[in-house]
Design a protein around this ligand. Structure first.
Ligand SMILES: C[S@@+](CC[C@H](N)C(=O)[O-])C[C@H]1O[C@@H](n2cnc3c(N)ncnc32)[C@H](O)[C@@H]1O
Length: 388
């Protein structure tokens, strides 16, 4: 399937079914689609608690379920499945190269390194962090690596870790137009560069005729743009909530993290009940609530949040009943959300296909693949581009 047809077909399905994935049950407890597809809503609401996390994590399963109600959505399965990246055999590196690297990051780096093979030119590592990927590439291929990173402390620590390798750190802002010059004549790699950082990379790489690029994007919503407009045209534009949906997954969450997030959702929904009674408005937008507050207990959490929001609580509140109401609402939200979760990978593949197509239009040979299993990182899409 060509990149162009993948992008166009995903866009058509996403636009035609925006009524299913745009409404957020957290803010809109009865999305309009529940009236249009009552059998789908009833099925969603009847998913047993014991099956809910597994259902939510299984995007292909959710697509197959939706396709039983809307058969044209079955096309999302081939459109969102990408080939597994090649696995090149790598020269062995000394174990100390990977010491200090958390095991999941190390697994990502080994998979990324094996997927891209030997660099074509000296390497530029874009938004390097501690430069773990760059260090691995320098050791594996004995090629010089320049690791660009904005945070001076990370540059200093990364440089200390890289001793003995041909890796140098450059403290610079990737968004500064002056940084584009480092892309010239370098094979550029970027592991988990967030929204504006990977978009800037793709645009600058095309302008500088960067000979080779391997990019695993993440956090598409980290952007100063109020709305994402595709680089290669088309009618689908995404706001921050849409961009967040593209990275809503829990594949690597621990049971404790899942439990905390269920609790946070239930308490926030309970707070919405309180706020609704006090303000008369159906939804009270909340800035992020510090996770540490969860340890204080439900009543103290609500009081603290009410103070922050400038809401005066009534003298008597039936706290246990209110908390129970929050959990009941959260159960409903988590079930209705299954419908929008079916579209998350489609949004992500569409976003990456747009970046890839931009480079293809500039004469690059471009391919998309997945470089590791989702259990290693759900942000496992790899965009590879080479100048002919
Ligand atoms: C998600 S981390 C990824 C780090 C590393 N590539 C990895 O996979 O471990 C993103 C990195 O981008 C850096 N960063 C953020 N804004 C930047 C900018 N404007 N210019 C350069 N680096 C930036 C952050 O400091 C952070 O180290």
């Amino acid at each position: 399937m060509s990149l162009q047809s993948r992008k166009v077909e995903l866009e058509r399905l996403l636009l035609n079914h925006a009524g299913l994935w745009r409404p957020q049950p957290f803010k809109d407890p009865k999305p309009a689609w529940c009236e249009v597809y009552p059998a789908l809503a009833a099925e969603a609401l009847s998913v047993p608690e014991a099956a809910l996390d597994a259902r939510a994590a299984d995007t292909p399963g959710l697509i197959r379920w939706l396709a039983r109600h809307l058969p044209e959505l079955a096309a999302l399965l081939p459109l969102t499945s990408l080939p597994v990246a090649p696995h090149h055999t790598l020269p062995a590196v000394a174990p100390h190269v990977h010491s200090h690297v958390p095991w999941r990051k190390q697994a990502q780096i080994e998979a990324f390194t094996a997927a891209i093979g030997a660099p074509r030119a000296p390497v530029l590592e874009w938004c390097a962090g501690l430069g773990h990927l760059g260090r691995s590439l320098a050791a594996t291929w004995q090629r010089p690596v320049l690791s660009l990173e904005i945070d001076p402390a990370l540059c200093v620590r990364g440089a200390a870790l890289s001793r003995g390798q041909d890796q140098h750190f450059l403290q610079a802002d990737a968004l500064d137009p002056a940084s584009a010059r480092y892309l010239e004549d370098r094979h550029t790699v970027a592991l988990h560069a967030c929204g504006d950082l990977h978009r800037r990379l793709v645009i600058a790489a095309g302008e500088q005729r960067c000979p080779a690029l391997d990019l695993a994007p993440c956090c598409y919503y980290r952007t100063t743009l109020p709305v994402y407009r595709p680089l290669t045209g088309g009618a689908l534009c995404l706001n921050h909530d849409d961009l967040r949906l593209a990275v809503t997954d829990t594949a690597t969450a621990t049971p404790r993290q899942r439990q905390r997030s269920r609790q946070a959702m239930a308490w926030k929904l309970a707070f919405q009940v309180l706020a609704g009674e006090l303000t008369g408005r159906p939804y009270h937008p909340l800035k992020p609530v510090p996770e540490a507050w969860l340890a204080t207990g439900f009543e103290a959490w609500c009081r603290r949040l009410a103070a922050r929001e400038g809401l005066h609580l009534p003298a008597a509140v039936a706290w246990p009943a209110l908390e129970a109401e929050g959990y009941a609402r959260a159960g409903r939200v988590r079930r209705l959300e299954l419908v929008r979760l079916a579209f998350r990978r489609a949004l992500e593949v569409w976003l990456v296909a747009d970046l890839a197509l931009h480079l293809e239009h500039l004469g690059y040979r471009v391919w998309l693949s997945s470089f590791c299993p989702e259990s290693v990182t759900p942000r496992n899409l790899l965009l590879s581009a080479r100048l002919a």
